[in-house]
Ligand binder design. Sequence first.
Ligand code: FAD
Length: 545
Amino acid sequence: MKNQIRKVLIVGGGSAGWMTAAYLHQALNREGMPPRVEVTLVESPDIPRISVGEATIPSMRHLLAVIGIDELDFMKATDATFKQSIKYVNWEHNNNTFYHHPFGRNRRQPIDYAGLEWLASDRKIPFMETCSPQPIICEMGKSPLMMGKWDMGAPINYAYHMNAQKFADYLRDFIVPKGVNHIYANVTDIDMRDNGWIKTVHTDQAHQLEADLFVDCTGFRAKLIEEKMGVGFEDCSQWLLCDRAIAMHVPYDEHYPGMVRPYTTATALSNGWVWDIPMQSRRSLGYVHSSQYISEEDALKELLAYQGPGSEALEARTVHFKVGRREANWKGNCIAIGLSGGFIEPLESTGLYLSDLGAVMLAEHFPQTDEYMDAMAFRYNRILSNRFYEVLDFINLHYCLTKRTDTAFWREVQKPERITERLKAKFEYWKMKPPSQTDFEDQLYPGQNQQNSNPSVHMGDKRVPIDTAGLWNHESYECIMYGMHFDCQAYQDRFGEDRPKLNVHPQILHRLQQAHAKLPPHHVWLQQFVGMKNYPGNKTPKGWV
Ligand code: FAD
């Protein structure tokens, strides 16, 4: 018999739970139409959220727009700042060199030869600066928005840095008055139907919560998908060695650096890297490292040295994590979104993105009746697993292109067994030509293994994962590869030692002139529009004071 799918129960009230609740409620219950779903979220009053997840990517703006959130309101409530790029410091060599991975790049018309042109040049200008003004806009410390009405042509792409705890609270306070039911209680037991689907969830407050669909947002605990549905976890730590982060907040009241950088900085240290995320009232730092290679004590010392004098008094906490994915994000009537569904270390800020994707895809594949459940689950799992491996390869890329040999950790991450098979196939191919758009149309590279190494775990799907460039296309690959001088020696042989200078495209130069004149310093914009405090010691250029 066909049963309509109407009731959704989300277990867990971290960022993933509230993003999913808000998105499903707003995307499926369109104004002027009869409500399609009733969403309830139950969260534990005792189990804290993970409370990291402070840097985002631009997809967050789509999520906020669908939910109906006003940007300024969101930024005020979550201590948010703009993020235009990630600046990678000391990744290729341990010598204070850096490159940016910005959110925007000018696409050359009618043909995009940016990679090849740069390889054929003297390479004195960093690759990304030849195809995007954004690295320099970031180094100027500029906001991506003007003080007045925008008159600079195409907009500048950006995302946010924000307080993770405040973000979940903000979503809750926004969406509960609009009709999402909210319960504070611990889920203790789960009853099953005869067909292996979840029937009822019991709490320590004597609730018996029935639903048609159950979303597991219980974080690394994976209370429903793992404990009850028995879906296994595919460990990916072979390719990404880090498993801990020491996190701390550096308040501006005592440690204001004189500006708010409009980008995240990811600085490679001895056995991992540190995130440096600026918000309106503090910076967030976290040393992501491998416990196999460095003790917690030494990692903390290194993090304090990174921050500098006065940092010993700051509170630090260690977060443990495991890199890998749920063998199926959706089984029966249970869907895992957020950390319960898998995690890849935060180098490119993809944690919240994967929750965002999980929620958006659930709305898109929302089954009208239980008859459609398996078909929707099949497609959903395929999309989510493709994207997971896309992210895994891309993060893997940052490590394995290093030329650092100063510690055992950096020597280890370059070894062939630490590079995914898919990425190796891409590298071989991209030694012959730089990446281009069509490489991702039907991604299978010469020599790539076409057999799924473990078909049983992917719910019967025997195909290898496909990189659909859903998140990162050839432009992002080029950015990291040429930011870290991938295979440049081979092109040296092809183009010779005496290569010509490359002229930066006039459009980029024009954009930089405009940015210099028209874009305010980031902190000036934040003070004006979202009420950031005016900390003493601001390095504000003349004309903007
Ligand atoms: P949690 O925040 O752990 O929430 C779990 C929820 O489940 C809580 O509300 C808890 O109370 C509830 N719960 C658990 N058990 C029960 C139960 N039995 N009954 C009721 N409720 C229960 N992502 C980014 O996008 N950018 C970043 O910069 C970034 N940095 C990160 C750094 C680190 C070190 C880590 C580990 C992650 C990072 N992430 C980042 C990922 C991001 O933190 C998570 O994707 C995001 O916070 C979602 O977490 P969650 O909601 O799945 O889990």
